[in-house]
Every structure is written in C-alpha cells, then in structure tokens.
Ligand binder design. Structure first.
Ligand SMILES: C[S@@+](CC[C@H](N)C(=O)[O-])C[C@H]1O[C@@H](n2cnc3c(N)ncnc32)[C@H](O)[C@@H]1O
Length: 232
C-alpha cells in the first residue's frame, strides 16, 4: 500500500494482511504477526473465510440464481471480491458493499469496478443503522426480488449477540421469500477461539466478540438451511 505510513494499526488492513493482501502497512503487519503468535491458525482461518465467501457467492449466483447481493462489513478489496465472483457467473449481478470505515470505503470505491452489465456501489454506513443501510441499498437493489445478504466477518464487531441477531432479522425482514442469508464469523466452537475473543487478542484492534453458537441456532429457527449449514 502506498501513502503516508500510519502510526495506528487498522482492523481492515490487518485482515487484509492475514489474507495475504498488499493493502496494509508495517504497523498492521506488526499487530498481525503478534496475533498470529497467540492464534497461529488465524491466517489460515482468514483464507478459509475468503474461500467460504467465494464458494457461497458462486453457489448463490449459480445454483440459486441470485442476482442481487448486499455485502455488509465488506472490508478492503482483496482477491475474489463478491462482485467479481457473482459477475463471473452472472454479469448483470448488482452488488451493494457496506462498510463504516472511511478508509475501506474510499479504497473500495477506487478498486471495485463493476462489469458494465451489472452494478457495484460502496456505501459508507454502519450496519447498526440497518434502516439507513436498507434505504440506501434500495437505490441499487430491488427489494421486490430475492437478495443475498452477506455478513462476512463483521458480526463479531457487534458486542451483544442479541443485537447482532436482531440486525440479521431486520435485514432479512426487508427481503422477499427466495432470499438468502450467509454468515461467517467466529463462534465459541473451541476454547482457544472463545478465549482469544474474550481476552482481546483477536485480530482487530477494535473490540470483537465471539458469538455463542447455540444462541445463533436458537435465533434462526424461522429460516431454512442450505447444505452445508454450520460448516466450520
Ligand atoms: C474482518 S473484516 C471482514 C471483511 C470481509 N467481509 C471479509 O470477510 O474478508 C470486518 C469489516 O467490517 C467492518 N465493520 C465493522 N463494524 C462495522 C459496522 N458496524 N458497520 C459496517 N461495517 C463494519 C470493518 O470496517 C471491516 O472492514
């Protein structure tokens, strides 16, 4: 990444580093390396989560026939971004990326260019104000047609599980039958992950939390699960 060397590490750039990207500075790599000492599996987890995103979007655009994507907490552009995968299957796909970090949004706007037959926009907004996000996304997406709503690596930034679950419910209430919800995040499946989140050694300098898997299961009984749901 070019530009003035910042003195403060940044969540999205650390994640970009863990993903093997180049949009990060020395200060981000120092924190990333420190986190990897405590959680050596994290770099692989970052790459697996990107592989999951790719697999999900390809499936949604292909087998499920989805043409509209709302990618919440989209992060810095890296390999296989949502619109690239979706538009490689269906060029007319429309994608709304959302992030609340100005640096991420300006990088995203500069780099995430759409296929001419589709549309890609990047919103500067917090998913905690879901009403605003949905209103703005509605300028690009047709909420009368199915939408895939993606929460990839972002719900951990919402401290309270109940609030996070409510955000997913609010988003899904705005989209019609035939829509899809995809979530990728840390859950309390292993003691190491739960402890890292609780002790603040998770990758982000901003607070993150590790969702209780059982609570998510209980909150989602209204939805039908596509196979494989709850993959690790
Ligand atoms: C770990 S990164 C995940 C990026 C990408 N979704 C991925 O899976 O590779 C989390 C992103 O969520 C963004 N974020 C955190 N809290 C947010 C909020 N309340 N609203 C929107 N974006 C948020 C951060 O700025 C960061 O870019």
């Amino acid at each position: 990444m070019t530009g003035d060397e910042p003195s403060v590490p940044h969540t999205a750039r650390i994640w970009n580093y863990l993903l093997g990207g180049t949009d990060n500075f020395a200060v981000d790599r120092v924190v990333g390396d420190r986190v990897l000492v405590g959680q050596p599996a994290l770099a692989e987890n970052a790459r697996l989560s990107r592989a999951y995103l790719t697999r999900v979007v390809r499936w949604l655009a292909g087998e499920a026939g989805i043409r509209q994507f709302l990618d919440l907490g989209a992060g810095l552009p890296t390999a296989d971004n949502t619109h690239e995968v979706a538009q490689s299957v269906a060029p007319e796909s429309r994608i709304v990326y959302v992030d609340n970090d100005p640096l991420v949004v300006s990088q995203g706007r500069a780099l995430l260019t759409s296929h001419p037959r589709g549309e890609t926009v990047y919103l500067d907004a917090s998913l905690e104000n879901m009403a605003h996000v949905l209103r703005e996304a509605g300028r690009t997406l047709d909420f009368e047609q199915p939408v895939a709503v993606l929460f990839m690596g972002v719900l951990g930034h919402i401290k309270d599980d109940a609030v996070a679950q409510n955000l997913t419910r609010t988003a899904m209430a705005a989209v019609p039958s035939g829509s899809y919800l995809a979530i990728c995040d840390s859950t309390d499946t292993t003691p190491e992950v739960a402890e890292a989140a609780a002790s603040g050694t998770s990758p982000q300098p901003s607070p993150t939390t590790c969702a209780a898997r059982t609570a998510w299961r209980a909150s989602s009984t209204a939805w039908n699960w596509s196979t494989p749901a709850w993959s690790r």
